[in-house]
Design a protein around this ligand. Structure first.
Ligand code: GUN
Length: 303
């Protein structure tokens, strides 16, 4: 029986601890951390994710603001909004939910966000700081995964971590975090992708296997070393007539077959998904604390 790395449970524990920190700042007279999420259009998945982010803010005691714009806004309008928020000292973190409508450049939008407020960690400057091992905002999903492993006491240092997938949002930054000279890293990392030959030769060497391919059920039991820690980042919607919504989420790992082989494994759902939001919240708290320490957030005047 593998240990189930339950991201929903871990998120409750981590977010409760964060709420305690926020209450402490409040008791000292500071305003709450403030996260703004911009949503453009009515994509079902995006609306669900932004709703979950807003709820997480409310639960922790952050101010959470959702700016919901029509799908036909111009790129210029959106860039102006981002610029306004960049300059607003009452806002600590900003995310623009992706995907965006086709007429708006995701690249331009991502790069318009002030790196210090980019709590998704997508900006080139934050990716660059991650690559150099200097202090930047960490990418929310890979960061959330390191928080999950830490929560369950999984040792990373000196282990061989194999990451499947080289996306800019998960695989590549995950490989950088796990190899960093930091308490969440110090692993030996192999990054595999769609052009990797003899993939199984690598996955069978993994003490920690992180899978972020978007290919449901791709990792089978014969690809996993007995006792490995398996982290499944896949969340593909597949048709399922037995569900009310008509679909269910499927991970990249054949969970039923791999679970008996692994020493620990994330389920889908309730694995990495909630940790993405917890990573985002942690980033928001971290940038807020930096601003408090730098004297950029004044204490509220007594009522
Ligand atoms: N779309 C899918 N995942 C993400 C994410 O982590 N952040 C944002 N902003 N958009 C997304």
């Amino acid at each position: 029986m593998a240990l189930i790395l339950n991201g929903a449970d871990a998120s409750v524990a981590i977010r409760t601890a964060m709420a305690g920190e926020v209450a402490n700042f409040d008791a000292q007279g500071y305003r709450a951390p403030h996260l703004v999420a911009i949503l453009v259009g009515t994509d079902g998945g995006s609306m669900t994710y932004v709703g979950a982010k807003k709820k997480a803010c409310d639960d922790i005691g952050f101010t959470g603001t959702v700016l919901h714009f029509e799908a036909d806004i111009t790129e210029e309008f959106l860039l102006n909004e981002i610029n306004r928020i960049n300059q607003d000292p009452s806002i600590d973190g900003l995310i623009v939910q992706l995907p965006l409508p086709k007429h708006i450049s995701e690249e331009k939008v991502t790069e318009a966000i002030l790196p210090e407020k980019d709590v998704d960690g997508f900006h080139d400057i934050n990716m660059g700081r991650l690559a150099k091992g200097s202090d930047g905002v960490k990418p929310a999903t890979p960061y959330g995964i390191t928080l999950l492993l830490k929560h369950y006491g999984i040792d990373i240092a000196g282990k061989h971590a194999v990451v499947l997938g080289r996306s800019n949002i998960v695989g590549r930054p995950m490989s950088m975090l796990l190899s960093a000279a930091a308490d969440y890293g110090n692993a030996t990392v192999t990054l595999c992708h769609s052009r990797t030959q003899n993939l199984k030769d690598y996955t069978l060497q993994a003490d920690i296997l992180v899978v972020a391919l978007g290919k449901p059920g791709f990792v089978t039991a014969d690809m996993v070393k007995p006792g490995a820690v398996v982290v499944d980042v896949g969340t593909t919607r597949v048709d399922d007539a037995t569900k009310k919504a008509g679909w269910k989420l499927m991970g990249d790992v054949d969970y039923a077959a791999v679970e008996p082989v692994a020493s620990a494994i994330t389920p889908v759902p309730k694995g990495v998904g909630p940790m993405t939001i917890t990573g985002l919240m942690m980033n928001t708290l971290v940038v807020y604390k930096k601003s408090v320490e730098a004297g950029k957030i004044a204490k509220k005047s007594p009522a």
